[in-house]
Write a protein that binds this ligand. Structure first.
Ligand code: NAD
Ligand SMILES: CC1=C(/C=C/C(C)=C/C=C/C(C)=C/C=C/C=C(C)/C=C/C=C(C)/C=C/C=C(\C)C=O)C(C)(C)CCC1
Length: 532
């Protein structure tokens, strides 16, 4: 029996249908049904079971689009989003409930006004996905949108056509199709979508397209989340505790999904003295991962298409460096062997471009100063950074170079857990999502105050005719005196010494209280013993 799964041929959504789909989603939001937590929970449960039921099609589609192994398809795509659904379901009520605002945000003088933050759905949102994780990177943000109570239109990447068509059928047949729809297509369809008014746009993809999206969104002052790429550095110093482990972990970062991972390292800055040893360990790790050779491995994905194959090949072809691991390619099979290139210039093509594939540069340096200068020159705000040094060196690297996220002593572990916030900084991204951050990304935090009528006498100060005596009274009750002078120095005045003496050196009221308890207990024990 032939069990081969056949996918519907990729079909772009008709341009003339796009305004209607956007308008439907907006209209459905205005029915207010998405404000109901039960409705949201039902959609999340439906998405969970849709992913479970469509697993064979999704896994096969990922194989067809990217040569992705079923292991990675399950681990980082289908099961990943199912876990997201479970997490959102488990915490939905808690995330969505009003947050009471008390001290210190609200001073005691305003405590009668019942300040609170109400979590409101942003409205109707557009989610645009990239090709490298067609399921995860499109549907994980959608879990946030559903949890927050938004309606949404989602647009998968056209570079992964099989996944895009399976996702369209799955979402539109299994979720509330009046609230959620899928637009398939490329630039014209995305432009048509961007011509519509959204309450938020969530874009994952390249910085170049991110900038087009942000500009267009700015015309209508539409907020955007941008999840972009970066030229991510790894630092290895002489004090790296286990060089073989560093090699194994960094090789993982470039073999997982064939290195088509926004947060994997682009280049490794390594102390000159240990560079050759590291290369030896890399080769060992390679042999362990691919005992039959990388090309024969059932685990290694392929490059998404010929354009990206040629882009990656060009980086290697134009490099002045020396290939020290890998280097084999086969365009017909879209196969690129995991490859490391030893380089000695920031101008090298391997350092200038984002690799977004199974290749990376190794750049030997003399000092950590030099490494930090190079990394800041190549990309000041990468999406991630990896550091394999002593504690002091790792701290220094974190301190002297920023990044969206960072992992010490490993490749992208900070981005491998689906409930911790993930996002870029500067030109590697705006905003974050995953876990609670996904709910927050699609939520308007609306501050509410409620002023009881009987309190009007108390707030008389705001009314005309203005009365300075009322103002002074309020100031006396609410204004804090500075404990610092005009040069910014803390002044240790009478209040400071009193607090120190009567607080027994405690830093705050709680600390002082605990110290007084200790004193009281000690005094009690002493008097009991003395009495015996
Ligand atoms: N930070 C992250 O979470 C993350 C995740 C994955 C990929 N990325 C980055 O994305 C890039 C690779 O992904 P990609 O090639 O799919 O990105 P891309 O920017 O080419 O495409 C992303 C989406 O934008 C659409 N698009 C492409 N060109 C467009 C245009 N001119 N106008 C409007 N829409 C357009 C595509 O159809 C696709 O849906 C890399 O730079 C990678 O680092 C970032
Ligand atoms: C099982 C036992 C234990 C626990 C073991 C643990 C915690 C294992 C953890 C393993 C991990 C974290 C593996 C990492 C997997 C990597 C993944 C899932 C990669 C994901 C890729 C992603 C998200 C890509 C994203 C791409 C982006 C954003 C851009 O392109 C113990 C030790 C507790 C007890 C014994 C048993």
């Amino acid at each position: 029996m032939d069990t081969k799964i056949v996918f519907p041929e990729f079909k772009a959504t008709a341009l003339e249908d796009i305004p209607r789909l956007a308008s439907n989603a907006r209209g459905q939001f205005r029915t207010h049904k998405t404000k109901n937590l039960q409705w949201r929970a039902v959609q999340l449960r439906k998405l969970y079971w849709a992913l479970e039921d469509y697993k064979p099609q999704l896994v096969a589609a990922l194989k067809s689009d990217l040569g992705k192994s079923s292991f990675e398809a399950m681990f980082t795509e289908v099961d990943w989003v199912k876990k997201d659904c479970m997490f959102m379901l488990e915490h939905l009520e808690n995330f969505a409930k009003d947050e009471k605002l008390g001290s210190p945000a609200v001073p005691p003088t305003y405590s009668l006004m019942k300040f609170r933050v109400r979590k409101e759905p942003m409205g109707t949102v557009l989610i645009i996905g990239p090709y490298n994780y067609p399921v995860q990177l499109l549907l994980a943000p959608m879990v946030g949108a559903i949890g927050a109570g938004c309606t949404a239109v989602i647009k998968p990447s056209e570079l992964t056509p099989a996944s895009a068509m399976v996702i369209k059928e799955m979402i539109e047949t299994r979720l509330d199709s009046s609230a959620f729809s899928v637009v398939n297509g490329s630039i014209p369809e995305t432009n048509a979508l961007m011509n519509e008014k959204w309450d938020k746009v969530f874009f994952t993809g390249s910085a170049q397209v991110g900038s087009i999206i942000a500009k267009k969104a700015a015309e209508t002052l539409t907020p955007v989340v941008l999840e972009l790429g970066g030229k991510n550095p790894a630092f290895i110093t002489k004090n790296c505790s286990n060089l073989a482990l560093a090699a194994r972990r960094l090789l993982w970062g470039k073999t997982h999904n064939a290195g088509q991972v926004c947060m994997s390292q682009n280049y490794v800055l390594i102390d000159k003295e240990i560079a050759q040893t590291f290369i030896g360990f890399l080769k060992d790790a390679y042999k362990d991962a691919f005992p039959q050779g990388a090309k024969n491995s059932p685990d290694l994905s392929r490059i998404v298409n010929k354009r990206h194959f040629q882009r990656i090949k060009k980086m290697i072809d134009e490099s002045q460096g020396q290939i020290v691991m890998g280097g084999e390619m086969d365009e017909d099979d879209l196969y690129i062997e995991p490859t490391a290139v030893l380089v000695n210039s920031v101008e090298d093509s391997m350092m200038q471009e984002e690799s977004f594939g199974p290749i990376f540069a190794i750049y030997p340096v003399n000092t950590l100063d030099e490494a930090l200068n190079i990394a800041n020159l190549v990309h000041k705000t990468p999406l991630s950074l990896f550091s394999f040094g002593s504690k002091a060196e790792n701290d220094r690297i974190l301190n002297e170079m920023t990044s969206g996220g960072a992992t010490l002593n490993d490749s992208f572990f900070h981005g491998s857990v689906n409930t911790v916030p993930f996002g870029g900084v500067g030109d590697s991204g705006w905003g974050a999502y995953r876990g609670k951050a996904s709910f927050d990304a699609f939520t308007h935090f609306r501050t509410i105050a409620e002023t009881p009528g009987w309190a009007d006498r108390l707030i008389r100060v705001r009314y005309m005719p203005y009365d300075w005596s009322q103002y002074k009274l309020l100031a006396r009750l609410t204004e804090k005196k500075p404990n610092f002078d005009r040069s910014g120095k803390v002044v240790k005045g009478f209040g400071y010494w009193m607090a120190l003496i009567f607080g027994l050196g405690g830093k705050n009221a709680k600390g002082a209280f605990l110290r007084w308890i200790v004193v009281a207990v000690a005094h009690y024990l002493y008097t009991v013993r003395a009495a015996k």
